[in-house]
Write a protein that binds this ligand. Structure first.
Ligand code: FAD
Length: 473
């Protein structure tokens, strides 16, 4: 069967790999100059070293059914920091180690609440993954996990002090309306992964994941055409073919305008977008001088202060304003991965972004610099180079990131359950053999390949084929 995949993000490539391994003739069309979508690592413009343009830290790349079947861990190397994430506070910060007990012990008096909320989730991590769409075989663990997740999401609101701040950072990470059930659910899942497996960082950068997928595709007869924007579905799909769209619902509606009904088009048009991201990448002459020196070894740091500050900042962004003290996500990959810098360099690379209103052209360089300085006095003096990319940059880079919404769609309870439209098999479109497989389809944002996996499974089922073996050998 002739198979076209429009878009080469992790979901598009997942679908492509599966279809090629099942013996089909696969071509991936990508409008950007290289494959990978959000898996993009570029050289700095004006400094030595490389940085991740979009995704940087990949909790789901070791957890999802697709990547586990694909044996990604055997194809590329990951660093797994002992500290999955930390929440910077003035004075003593809150730290989430891979080791749950160490986390709870170091949280002091507030640690017991964290231990009680997290232990059942870590114990039933397969169930947590099934509930969040990363794992496809629900088991008895799913039922326990459902109960534990419900308890944890409520439990988050009863935490105190440092533990409460740690939870607030995880909750804000998913960019759902702060304090909502959806936000707490996403925060609890991310925190559970932090303790169960960790938050891995690929050696060399996110593009290593894209390269592993492209290599496998090519090894099984597929091809990727870059610099090719698909504008009309009739150029890539005829009845009898299969086509996978790693595009947002609006992008698909435009491309398929000639072939879909007005009703379906209107349904796709109702899909909503969330906050944007304004990103700043730094080259420093040395490690960030965190007041709490434990943070030097953290893979990811949430900068937000106490919960009320995180809440204020997140609510302001949602209302279309930017807080002077925004919630910032920060990763410091070169604490472990020195391949991103020239040999012998003592520099450090730091990746950050802040949540800003959708469509904002705001340059966050100064506000993020000051925010880091709050928790690491002297940070500013170490800056060798700084590159800033507002939300409008991401909207231009990738049409899936509408208004700079880097999660490809608003994360809230309704849209978690009905993305991109409210149908039983949301990857399927009314056109036979045509599937939606981007982060706008379940299970949503992040690098897991599961939307591609679901779409490919449906396509194979329709021609009586089972999923092929995806393992390395
Ligand atoms: C700043 C930022 C930080 C992030 N951080 C993380 C992180 O740390 N961890 C994590 O897991 N996730 C992170 N994400 C989110 C993650 O990158 C996305 O959720 C993920 O890449 C979505 O994958 P996808 O396959 O759905 O599509 P995408 O990665 O969005 O790729 C879609 C591709 O389709 C192409 N395309 C679209 N329309 C067409 C067309 N008409 N013709 C041809 N090509 C087309 C686009 O150019 C793009 O390359 C981040 C994203 C950003 C931007």
């Amino acid at each position: 069967m002739r198979v076209s995949v429009v878009g080469s993000g992790p979901n598009g490539l997942a679908a492509a790999v599966i279809m090629a391994r099942a013996g089909h003739d696969v071509t991936v069309f990508e409008s950007a100059d290289k494959a990978g979508g959000g898996l993009r690592t570029d050289a700095f413009d004006g400094a030595e070293g490389t940085f991740d343009v979009a995704s940087a830290v990949h909790p789901m790349a070791l957890a999802s059914t697709f990547f586990r079947s694909f044996e990604l861990h055997r194809r590329i190397e990951f660093h797994l920091p002992d500290i999955s994430f930390a929440h910077a506070l003035v004075g003593r910060s809150a730290v989430a180690y891979r080791d749950l007990d160490r986390t709870a012990d170091e949280l002091g008096r507030t640690g017991e609440g964290w231990r009680m909320a997290m232990r059942p989730l870590v114990r039933h991590i397969d169930g947590v993954r099934a509930l969040s769409g990363l794992e496809i075989t629900p088991s008895l663990a799913t039922a326990f996990a459902a109960l534990s997740l419900a308890t944890a999401t409520v439990g988050f609101s009863t935490l105190r002090g440092e533990a409460r701040a740690l939870a607030a950072g995880a909750v804000a990470h998913g960019a759902a309306p702060f304090g909502s059930l959806a936000a707490r659910f996403v925060g609890a899942v991310l925190a559970a992964e932090a303790h169960a497996t960790g938050w891995p960082i690929p050696v060399g950068g996110a593009h290593a994941i894209a390269s592993a997928l492209v290599d496998d595709l090519v090894a099984h007869g597929g091809r990727v055409v870059v610099g090719h924007r698909v504008t009309d579905i009739r150029d890539v799909w005829q009845p009898g073919d299969a086509a996978f769209f790693d595009t947002g619902p609006r992008g698909f509606a435009d491309i398929a305008a000639s072939t879909i009904s007005n009703r379906y088009r209107a349904a796709l048009g109702r899909y909503r977008y969330g906050n944007g991201a304004s990103k700043v990448d730094f080259v420093l002459s040395g490690p960030i001088p965190w007041s709490d020196t434990r943070l030097r070894e953290a893979g990811t740091v949430h900068l937000g202060g106490p919960e009320r500050e995180v809440s204020r900042a997140e609510k302001a962004a949602r209302r279309g304003h930017l807080s002077a003290k925004p919630y910032v996500l920060l990763s410091q990959p070169t604490r472990l991965d020195r391949t991103r810098l020239p040999a012998g360099s003592d520099n450090e690379i730091v990746w950050t972004y802040a949540h800003v209103p959708n469509g904002s052209a705001f340059d966050a360089a100064e506000v993020i610099t000051s925010r880091i300085e709050n928790f690491a006095p002297g940070f500013r003096d170490l800056i060798v180079h700084r590159e800033s990319r507002p939300a409008t940059f991401f909207a231009g880079l990738n049409t899936n990131f509408v208004g700079g919404d880097v999660l490809g769609g608003r994360v809230d309870a309704a849209q978690l359950l009905t993305r991109p439209t409210s149908t039983g098999l949301p990857w399927r479109t009314p056109l036979p053999g045509v599937y939606l497989c981007s982060a706008a389809a379940p299970p949503g944002a992040g690098v897991h390949g599961m939307a591609g996996w679901h779409a490919a499974r449906l396509a194979l089922k329709s021609v009586g084929q089972a999923l092929p073996n995806l393992s390395l050998t």
